[in-house]
Design a protein around this ligand. Structure first.
Ligand code: BEZ
Length: 338
């Protein structure tokens, strides 16, 4: 079995056609066919059912495709990493999710640049999950995101938890209520904007239920069901998860493409949403931002990097972040990548 055979098999399996695979790979059809036959003979297994059009994978072929595809993706990542180890980039390529741009990111970058004038910094806005691929491919060296990743290639430091605020139209009946309860918001249309979903079962550390509030919820009309804990396991939309943690399902929701659009709709009186506190400077003429009584309804901020390749400037970046936290009196736990 060799790499050429495996790549031929993957192309045929994905495109379900020898001619399409030949076009994409630049390998002639007879050669592709020969490579697949050699692989099947080596393994003594039929991987592709050639009698159907489009071609179909056999049950064994489907299993093999799944495993080999993951293996080849990993091989690609290893190749990229090895190339970077031999010639590390001089600049620091930083990925970030848009919501951290409204918080401390500009100040962090300015401080880092002041202290590391010789390092070129490149910033790239990129969603949490795309950051994993971008780290593996070398497109970015570090990423700021709001979700923990359970990927064997990635390590992360939790920088801090930022509280969620409710964003309500100024004309909303609850707009002036200073301490809001999720339960009271359940009748308003909730505008969802996250593109990233939580994995099925997540560490509830950052958004664990506020037990005193849950007890209060129980006394009101939307009583949490006994099976509420298991219900949250299947809720993967981040804002709905926060409500589900308190046994609450918002009556109406709308889904939009990003945070800016969500705040635009709130400003237009179309509904309410929850945003990290640093967003409270946006559209303040039309939007009222209020605190939630639930202390643990927070949005974490993580710094991600590869486990096996830590850019030499990453710990300087951390130093700049902690310096700013000190100046602003922000609570954090100092950590370092090793
Ligand atoms: C923060 O708001 O804590 C933060 C945002 C971006 C980068 C680092 C820290």
């Amino acid at each position: 079995m060799d790499l050429k055979q495996l790549k031929a098999f993957i192309a045929i399996a994905e495109l379900r056609s020898f001619s399409a695979a030949a076009k994409v790979t630049g390998i002639s059809q007879p050669s592709l066919s020969r490579l697949l036959k050699q692989l099947e003979t080596d393994m003594n297994v039929d991987l592709i059912d050639r009698y159907h059009r489009p071609l179909q994978l056999t049950t064994a072929g489907l299993f093999f495709y799944d495993k080999i595809d993951a293996l080849l993706t990993e091989l690609d990542a290893i190749t990229h990493m090895t190339q970077r180890l031999s010639a590390p980039s001089k600049g620091l390529n930083i990925g970030f999710v848009p919501s951290v741009l409204y918080g401390l990111l500009p100040e962090v970058i300015a401080t880092f640049k002041q202290q590391n004038a010789d390092t070129e910094v490149n910033l790239k806005d990129i969603s949490s999950y795309q950051q994993i691929e971008a780290l593996k491919s070398g497109e970015i060296d570090v990423g700021f995101g709001r979700f923990a990743h359970q990927d064997p290639w990635i390590q992360q430091i939790l920088l801090r938890h930022e509280r969620y605020l409710v964003a309500l139209p100024k004309a909303h009946p609850l707009a002036e209520v200073k301490e809001q309860r999720l339960l009271d918001l359940a009748n308003s249309r909730l505008i969802l904007y996250h593109q990233t979903h939580l994995p099925g079962l997540i560490n509830t550390d950052s958004i664990a239920a506020d037990m005193s509030t849950s007890a209060r919820d129980k006394r009101t009309k939307q009583t949490p069901k006994p099976e509420a804990a298991s219900v949250t396991d299947s809720v993967t939309e981040p804002l709905l998860y926060l409500f589900a943690q308190h046994g609450i399902t918002p009556l109406r929701t709308s889904k939009v493409s990003d945070l800016q659009v969500a705040l635009g709709l709130v400003a237009a009186g179309e509904g309410i949403t929850l945003v990290p506190a640093s967003l409270q400077v946006m559209r303040t003429k039309q939007i009222s931002y209020q605190r939630l009584i639930h202390e643990n309804v927070t949005s974490p901020i993580y710094l991600h990097t590869l486990k096996d390749f830590i850019h030499p400037k990453v710990n300087d970046l951390l130093t700049a972040i902690y310096e700013i936290y000190e100046q602003r009196g922000i609570t954090y736990r100092r950590q370092q990548f090793v």
